[in-house]
Design a protein around this ligand. Sequence first.
Ligand SMILES: [Zn+2]
Ligand SMILES: [Zn+2]
Length: 586
Amino acid sequence: MNMHDWRSRRIVKTPQSERKHAKAQRPEHVILEARMDRVEIIPLGGLGEFGMNMMAVQSGDSILVIDAGLMFPRNELLGVDLIVPDLRFLLENRDKVRAVVLTHGHEDHIGALPYLLEEIPLPVYATPLTLGFARGRLVEQGVLERAEFHPIRARDTLEIGDMRLEFLRVTHSIADSIGVAVQTPAGTIIHSGDFKFDQSPTDHLPSDYARFAHFGEQGVLALLSDSTNSERPGYTPSETHVRRHMEQAFHSSRRKIIVACFASSIHRIQIILDLAREFGRRVILIGRSMKENIAIADELGYLKIPEGVIVDAQEGSRLPENMILLLCTGSQGEPMAALSRLALDKHAEFSIEPDDSVILSARVIPGNETRISHLVNHFCRRGARIFDESHWMIHVSGHASQEELKLMINLTRPRFFVPIHGEFRQLYHHALVAQETGISKDRILIAESGDIISLTADSAEIRGKAPVGRRLIDQDGQAELEESVVKDRQQLSEEGVILAVLPISKSTGLVRGLPELVSRGHIEHEDGASLLSEAREALMKALEECTEEEREDSLVLSEIVRANLKRFFRKRTATRPMIVPVILEV
Ligand SMILES: [Zn+2]
Ligand SMILES: [Zn+2]
């Protein structure tokens, strides 16, 4: 079967014989079915693309939003810091939108919340840790007062319009994750959230198998399930695995240990803090989000910080090398994050010395491979020992592999199956996995963002397309860049674009001569020329302060150019032109 095959399968009807069977099993649907009740599922992001997970569920005159996530741009999107879903569909239906439920606190599920609330103030339902992380994002964007936070716990229920929600605990790489069962007159929809079936989670809170099975027994109209790891056979190892392997890395380390992980990976952070105590090390937190998230998790009781194990940088810098553990952000090689600064020897308190251990305990987000490889090169140049996923199991995935995906299907026994969260290849493989459990092909819908999935008690079809797209957001979260060329030009005509051409010597890696700045559409007044030469001088000064190593790394250099020029123009002219650094090797 080819991809075309799947996409062209628009209308799916259950054969008459099976329909009868379904009615016998679920009598409560008969009367409702006579009213031709429908539930519509509209993925606004995250299907056919990685990240930016957001979904609208419409029943009667109510719309429920599940997740509001962002996506991080790939390197080629210069001047773009994050991407959020286009909200047109929700805006057009704004009187129906009742609430948003967040399944967990990862950026690809909560990162677009400020942009959603900015447009539509809404009640937000999520578990306490998820709300804690979301609150931080809202404060940053100044939209906290537009949210109405409702903390919920697993197994809580909630009525929204004619929908009855129940939250189902799942295990994932972040604590306090949930899936959602949405009971509608047309039938029950189960949204898995991001999940894996960890049998020995570090917090001893496994997924709620009983409730998933309960709904399976009652009858599930559709299962929407996480496809991220649908290409991986077998089972995803437990988070407890990480502890054992991390322990080995600690054992073999005689000098400083630097651990990088996501600031949201609270289970992982717990493991690291516990090991630090066992090995007599003190932990210094580096990076704002790391400090903030640990404070939130500690306050809400999701983290047990061993007494005295965390010290500040000043105290830490006076400790002997073999007592130091730096816990930092920047595992994706973000040029301005703590880990990059350490790799380039640009950190104020700490420097990397030969035989320091660098533990990269996070997955490589697709698109970040080059940046991370640059980062590892810099660490190796300083003689550090690298522990990463390729040779050490110091990271395990938070997403279900094929056997766990099958278990989810077998527990919930859905009439229809819709793979979610993933690029087309992941959705496609998840569909194949579902078929292996006996779900026939005509009950599987591979939908992509924007498809309107329309379900009745015995049919599923994709009827039409809702407006979807991406909004490209600039670092300050203020300026927004539109994706389409027309709108791009509009934006450029208002703020302009600055092209910074930097001639770099191929042999020495040094900047040769002044950078060339070309401006289009930005500040058309008389002193435009002198402003550019001023900008050029400011940039030169910044470049002089760079180390040779920074200058040799084109990614780091581009980021320095961008950050400096951006700051310059904001300060001098209060404008935000798009800065495009071009490194020219001569
Ligand atoms: Zn996710
Ligand atoms: Zn997640």
